[in-house]
Design a protein around this ligand. Sequence first.
Ligand code: PHE
Length: 350
Amino acid sequence: MENQNLQALVADAEESLRKVSTQSQWEQVKARFLGPNGGLTHFAKGIASIPKEDKPAFGKSLNLAKGKIEALFQNSLSKLQELEDLKSLGNQVDPTLPSVPSYTGGLHPLTKTKRRILSIFRRIGFTVTEASEVETEWFCFDALNTPDDHPARDEQDTLFFPRESKWANVKQKKQEPYLLRTHTSSVQIRTMLREKPPLRVIAPGRCFRRDTVDATHSANFHQIEGLFVDHSVTVRDLKGVLDFFLRELFGEKVDTRLRPSFFPFTEPSFEVDLKIPDLGKLSNKWIEIMGCGMVDPKVLGLVNIDPKEWTGFAFGMGIERVTMLLHGIDDIRHFYQNDQRFLSQFSSQV
Ligand code: PHE
């Protein structure tokens, strides 16, 4: 009889605790079962009226029920405290939900163009490589067959470091001065000295020239260099690769042409022009997009590649220029001013 009543008491405690949602409610319920006037105490007092021989069994059941009830209360309290803690952390979050794009920002338009260009060349077997923005005169000019009196070497055009400065991690050829690279063509040299042909590399990077800033010039800009060296490479390979690239980037409607030009490190050299039917003010006009040519045998010789066995082509383009054409941007300075009104126009585009 007592046993059944005790079991009912435990069940009652369990049921009552289920409805508890605050600590003060918990205290009240606890008093009802475990307090001095509570149900359990009431039972315990009943021991006096029980026959002597039943007392041990009764005591045992009582202790068992007490243990169960205490455990129920302890459990319920921990749960309540856990809830309190969660509440103090604010709204519940689901870490598996995708993040909201407006909080994560967007990539800079120049970064987007760079990635698009690299991915096109990766698809046709080019590997991405990089070298440092600090260069030396030999890698930037001499090794690229640029004569001593070439205007690019002038202090008016190139940012040289003071004679006494040292860059331990930029390898010099002799003791030549350091400078900020004026083009990414120096990466051609570093690559050919490090790796043996066949070579297919694409090298994005920041360049510096001592330009006064206007709508189309910036002292700091970005280029992407390409280099392809293999057996029997010809101008046809150069044209084929660049046509493929430009169609992928600007669409099937693009028309291209190679126009003879001059660079000290390529022979023959060309400018690549393109013409697009729907390009706003520039529609159907030939627009210069990059420089290119067959790697000059002298350059191959300077990096210990036998020009009788290997031939190659190289090309270089400005990332700013490509981006301006792709999006009809008319002022290079927009790229560097961090104006949200400009940047946010690109945030949803790939
Ligand atoms: N380095 C040249 C420039 O900055 C571009 C170029 C790269 C030309 C490779 C030919 C070959 O204008």
